[in-house]
Design a protein around this ligand. Structure first.
Ligand code: PXP
Length: 247
């Protein structure tokens, strides 16, 4: 079951740098094309309600110009649904944007909003988008994601990575164990399992080794590392570490 582990590269923070100066560069679409050339299996971009990094024009260009699949991260709002239905990206990932939409661990609170989310994702799935829900590694959230008809759950690895960098290794290992168990649980329900948030060269290996995980979405670290290594080398090293962990 283990199969190839896909790498989705999140290019949001190229747009963060661009927007910090209100300039036309650096161009996130150029970064996406370089990421493709460096072996990214997909490009992830989050159109936030406040457009703090990626803008509507970026999504238009990504949808038109990419040759690898586009994973469109979005909040569960009517505005974002309309944009997704216009572009019909390969995948959409529903993420929380407001505090009240989050579980304590940071993923989307699906269990308390099942009805609305089931109606929200149905037209996206009907339009051919692979619908993913970004959730904490929590049994109740996974069961709810399954009930509403999501094809994929993306497990939030932020807490695991934070514990690692805070030197809280027993909490980190407990969180990793929880991620491992919940990846297996989600897979047993027939959900495709992805993971992401905060992953780095130091933290990616143990998550990449979970046989049920099919895709990792990684952005902030790769874009930061690109300052030192260049984007292609930054991505190539992540790809190498993922393959090594998988092997
Ligand atoms: N997956 C999801 C659902 C996200 O929202 C993000 C952050 O935008 C990522 C993965 C990538 O996280 P990071 O930029 O910390 O690697």
């Amino acid at each position: 079951m283990s199969g190839k582990l896909r790498l989705g590269v999140n290019i949001d923070h190229v747009a963060t740098v661009r927007n910090a100066r209100g300039s036309a560069y650096p161009d996130p679409v150029r970064a996406a094309k370089l990421a493709e050339a460096a072996g990214a299996d997909g490009i992830t971009a989050h159109l936030r309600e406040d457009r703090r990094h990626i803008g509507d024009g970026d999504i238009e260009r990504l949808a038109a110009e990419l040759t690898v699949p586009l994973n469109f991260e979005m909040a569960a709002t009517d505005e974002m649904q309309a944009i997704a239905l216009r572009h019909k990206p390969h995948a959409v990932c529903i993420v929380p944007e407001k505090r009240e939409e989050r579980t304590t661990e940071g993923g989307l609170e699906v269990a308390k909003d099942e009805n609305r989310l089931a109606h929200f994702i149905a037209p996206l799935a009907d339009a051919g988008c692979r619908v993913s829900i970004f959730i904490a590694a929590d049994r109740a959230q996974i069961e709810a994601a399954h009930r509403i008809g999501a094809a994929v759950v993306e497990l939030h690895t932020g807490a695991y990575c934070d514990f690692h960098y805070e030197g809280k290794f027993s909490e980190r290992d407990a969180e990793l164990e929880r991620l491992r168990d919940m990846a297996a649980f989600a897979h047993s329900l027939g959900l495709e399992v992805h993971a992401g948030h905060g992953l780095t060269y130091e933290t990616v290996g143990p998550v990449a080794a979970f046989p049920e995980v099919r895709e990792l979405n990684i952005g902030h670290f790769l874009i930061g590392e690109a300052i030192f290594l260049g984007l292609e080398a930054s991505i190539a090293e992540m790809r190498r570490l993922m393959d090594e962990a998988r092997a």
